[in-house]
Design a binder for this molecule. Structure first.
Ligand SMILES: Cc1ncc(COP(=O)(O)O)c(C=O)c1O
Length: 460
């Protein structure tokens, strides 16, 4: 085709108004929320890039399928359709619906983990880490070293360090490793993909020691498309074939359908082992619901089933990855370094590089996220020492390895002009970089502190 522009592969069928707020109103909102952007009301935000989780637009086909949802408490037709779609994609024999990804994590980890065990992952997402630690096990991140250098380009920066995995198993002993997890794509490490080759190598280590391998599969379709674009021998395969190859390498997965399920709520746990699945279902009934709905309405199961089919359409994935890369280009043109290459669902601004005058203990990425909101009503999220730093008994903090602000792009929601606007806001903040100040955390919860912590600006 003679045309270079990659267009949105949809037209807009229904709209939702967004409104500009006044600078004074944004300042008041920041003060009220303790400078924590999770405390803002949705209507106080103009462009909301807080998360790509559950924030996307559903298609007319998804809404139509929802109208046909079967709300039977047990044996809903919508469940069987959902189960068929998940089995066709993953080939896992046991499919357990959950209301979202962390419910799948909590159930699986409660069944499989014990105090004192060690769980390797390329990088645990925050809820995954918290759910591992809640069982008394240790969450260990074993990302390849390239994945920790924001400016370094590597096609598969989400890969697991296979030598480190083997060394960890030998160090702690096979019996203390209940499972290995690989997160596709690696959200906390920049939305970076994992290659098939790497997953095969991880699988080989797991096989050698007899350890089950689970995928945190939230963004399996974006990961599959990166493989198609970047991995030798994969360009002729469809995204679905590649996704099926990924799942075939694992013994099970946790999934938040709020990402590549293209739904506003939903998730699942899937696996091959019927004994573990039976224990998981027992826990599911305790807190989520009967195994044919798992905390979801029948119509949610329909939305997820249709979403899992649509997400593998090639035009969609091509547009999805290109529109995220476009935002990364805008940010860099505006003078803010980003994690390279751009991830699938989000652009990660490198606050450490932009704000070297703010020490990690004063949360440079939190400062940058606050300023993007203050200047232009754009909401991102800190992925740095607020989220992953640890307060020690003496009151000092162990900082996170990177200080990033994630601008996550909701699926099928914002147009190119919204992203152009965000680029202008980023550039304006970059101009003011020297005036930005750090923050002090004045309140924090014992886990997942970033959701509710309160801050005060550090005075000059
Ligand atoms: C990699 C990863 N794992 C797990 C989760 C948890 O999913 P949920 O928010 O549906 O509980 C997320 C959510 O952002 C994620 O990005």
């Amino acid at each position: 085709m003679p045309f270079r522009t990659i267009i949105e592969p949809f037209r807009i069928h229904s709209t939702q108004a967004i409104t500009h707020t006044a600078p004074a109103a944004r300042e008041a909102a920041l003060a009220r929320s303790g400078y924590n952007l999770f405390g803002l009301h949705g209507d106080e935000v103009l462009i909301d890039l807080l998360t790509d989780s559950g924030t996307g637009a559903m298609s007319s086909r998804q809404w139509a399928a929802m109208m046909d949802g079967d709300e039977s408490y047990a044996g809903s037709r919508s469940f069987y359709r959902f189960e068929d779609v998940v089995k066709d994609l993953t080939a896992f024999r046991e499919v357990i619906p959950t209301h979202q990804g962390r419910a799948a994590e909590r159930i699986l980890f409660t069944v499989m983990m014990r105090q004192g065990q060690v769980v390797p992952n390329n990088t645990h997402f925050d809820t995954t880490r918290a759910n591992v630690e809640h069982t008394g096990a240790e969450a260990r991140d074993l990302l390849i070293p390239e994945g920790r250098v924001p400016a370094l380009r590597h096609p598969f920066k989400g890969n697991m360090d296979v030598a480190a995995l083997e060394a960890t198993i030998q160090e702690v002993g096979r019996e203390r490793v209940p499972l290995v997890m690989v997160t596709v794509t690696n959200n906390s490490g920049g939305g970076q993909p994992v290659s098939l080759e790497n997953l095969k190598a991880v699988r080989a280590v797991c096989d050698r020691y007899g350890i089950p391998l689970f995928l945190d599969a939230c963004r399996f379709a974006e990961n599959a498309y990166f493989i198609k674009l970047r991995e030798a021998g994969c360009s002729a395969k469809t995204p679905k074939q590649i996704a099926q190859e990924l799942f075939a390498l694992a013994d099970g997965c946790t999934m938040s359908a709020k990402k590549d399920g293209l739904a506003n709520i939903g998730g699942f746990l899937a696996m091959n082992d019927p004994k573990i699945a039976a224990e998981c279902r027992n826990l599911l009934i305790l807190t989520e619901g009967f195994p044919t709905y798992g905390g979801l309405a029948g119509y949610d199961l329909e939305a997820v089933a249709t979403g899992l089919e649509e997400v593998l359409e090639e035009d969609y994935l091509k547009y999805r990855l290109r529109s995220t890369a476009y935002l990364a280009e805008k940010a860099e043109q505006g003078g803010v370094p980003v994690v390279q290459p751009p991830g699938g669902h989000a652009v990660y601004l490198d606050a450490k590089a932009l704000l070297p005058h703010i020490p990690p203990a004063q949360y440079p990425a939190q400062s940058l996220a606050i300023e993007l909101y203050r200047v232009g009503g754009v909401r991102g999220v800190e992925i740095g020492s607020v989220m992953f730093g640890k307060r020690q008994a003496d009151g000092t903090e162990t900082p996170a390895p990177m200080e990033l602000v994630r601008l996550a792009v909701p699926r099928r929601t914002y147009t190119q002009s919204h992203i152009d606007y965000v680029g202008e806001v980023v550039a304006e903040v970059a101009k003011r970089r020297e005036a930005l100040r750090g923050y002090r955390m004045v309140e924090q919860a014992p886990w997942l502190r970033h959701f509710t912590a309160r801050f005060e600006p550090v005075s000059l």
